[in-house]
Write a protein that binds this ligand. Structure first.
Ligand SMILES: NC(=O)c1ccc[n+]([C@@H]2O[C@H](COP(=O)([O-])OP(=O)(O)OC[C@H]3O[C@@H](n4cnc5c(N)ncnc54)[C@H](O)[C@@H]3O)[C@@H](O)[C@H]2O)c1
Length: 421
């Protein structure tokens, strides 16, 4: 196979953004026979990718290097390279701004970067998560105002990504893909593209249905996790083991889905996407009150955990003038990944420090975090909190020293000296 930039355009895909979504998509497309140009803004990341070093856990260096060696994948920081592609997907972040409202700046600037270079007949798909109407009201007007005069017809679709980093079962290929086209031809082209990569592709009648479905999926998780976190606090105050309650309720074969308590909600999706919904509701003159309350409960959960842990440490006598020392085990937002963006452990650490504690942390997958380095289990402490159950952490050595542990992950409750949420 030739260089992706000179390969046949009818099997060339350009992906804008080479992160947790864009790179796994690139590798899935390579597996499906596409030549992929990974357009990435960060020069450092482009160099890393070119060297065959994967920046995301789900893609091994070997897999990336193999795609590069086969000339099926090339990273580039030149947005003009989209001109070589028949299909272009946008996979850039859609975070919140300081006021916790949708921040579409990266999505808009990525669209502006590529719009003048799209070839006639290109299918442009947004995979980034956003509120319903983003494709129609934000992306398409930018493209139409900046596209070249040669690009007479551009096709548009929304196909929100559902990837779950670290998931060993569900990936780009076997997770059903929602696709909504702006018109019938766009939908047909998008269906053909995703059918070439995914086992199952589901058409929606409009892009807005696909966009709204993605937001609903993640809001469903926020609301249910918040419900279980609130329920956990009620049970704990009444001396009831919430895990037994959840296990008992989960014996019902229909109408119940178990969610588990934890430090809070993390990652780039669950704490963020529901606020795209609340913003969208308010923009339309409505209030998504259950979702807003769920966000409040989830924001408060790390504070509850901090206070529980410091309550446990009260039983220890630290000596005159010494602050309570708290060791946090696991700081990534979920087990098996080194990703600390939006981790609720950050709010936990802040809450502990605000209450006068001295805080250190361990995470075998995170080399540095918030300007600090990890310690080891030998760090002298009054209490330890298992916040994220990362592989390679040694709770037994802490228990052997008599350090009480608050386990927020429900993995160590069988050990003496461990308390659960
Ligand atoms: N990470 C997930 O689990 C997940 C799951 C489903 C959906 N999503 C959604 O997918 C989208 C992307 O998320 P992600 O986690 O892959 O983000 P990410 O931060 O891991 O990767 C995004 C990449 O885009 C690059 N980028 C930013 N602006 C660019 C531009 N103008 N041109 C080229 N590259 C640019 C960034 O440098 C970064 O490398 C977001 O909308 C997110 O909500 C994420």
């Amino acid at each position: 196979m030739t260089n992706p930039q000179t390969a046949s355009p009818d099997k060339t895909l350009a992906i804008v953004g080479q992160g947790y979504v864009g790179l796994p998509l690139a590798m899935a497309a390579v597996d499906a026979g596409w030549s992929v140009i990974g357009i990435e803004k960060s020069a450092g990341r482009v160099e890393q990718l070119k060297a065959g070093s994967s920046p995301v856990e789900d893609i091994s260096d070997e897999r990336l290097a193999k795609a590069i060696a086969a000339k099926k994948y090339l990273a580039s920081n030149n947005p003009a390279d989209v001109s070589a592609a028949l299909v272009v997907t946008i996979c850039v972040p859609t975070p919140l701004d300081d006021a916790r409202n949708p921040d579409l700046e990266l999505l808009e600037s990525a669209t502006k970067d590529i719009a003048p270079h799209l070839a006639d007949g290109t299918l442009l798909v947004s995979e980034s998560t956003s509120y319903p109407g983003t494709l129609r009201d934000v992306i398409i007007p930018i493209v139409n105002s900046l596209k070249s005069s040669n690009a007479k017809e551009i096709f548009f679709a929304s196909a929100p990504e559902r990837v779950n980093p670290g998931d060993l079962v569900w990936d780009q290929k076997n997770t059903p893909r929602l696709v909504g086209g702006i018109d019938t031809e766009s939908l047909n082209r998008a269906l053909a593209f995703y059918n070439s990569i995914c086992d199952s592709v589901v058409a929606t009648s409009t892009p807005e249905i696909a966009e709204a479905a993605k937001i609903l999926e993640n809001t469903f998780r926020l609301v249910n996790i918040s419900l279980i976190n609130e329920f956990t606090q009620l049970c704990s105050a009444q001396g009831i083991n919430v895990h037994e309650v959840i296990n008992a309720a989960a014996t019902k074969p229909y109408g119940f889905m178990p969610f588990r308590p934890g430090v809070g909600i993390g990652g780039h999706c669950i704490p963020v996407d529901p606020l795209y919904l609340t913003w969208w509701a308010r923009k339309g003159g409505q209030v998504a009150s259950l979702v807003e309350r769920s966000d409040e409960i989830s924001t408060q959960m790390p504070i509850y955990v901090a206070e529980r842990a410091l309550g446990i440490a009260l039983g220890k006598s630290p000596g005159p003038g010494r602050a309570k020392r708290v060791l946090i085990l696991g700081v990534a937002y979920k087990p098996g990944v080194g990703d600390v963006r939006e981790t609720p452990v950050s709010a936990l650490r802040t809450a502990l420090i605000a209450r006068g504690a001295e805080v250190a942390w361990i995470d075998p997958l995170v080399p540095a975090w918030e300007g600090t380095e990890p310690v080891t289990e030998a760090w002298e402490c009054d209490v330890a909190i298992v916040a994220t159950n990362q592989p390679g952490m040694d709770v037994n050595s802490l228990l052997a020293r008599g350090v009480p542990i608050l386990d927020c992950t429900n993995n160590y409750g069988h050990l003496a000296g461990v308390l659960l949420l």
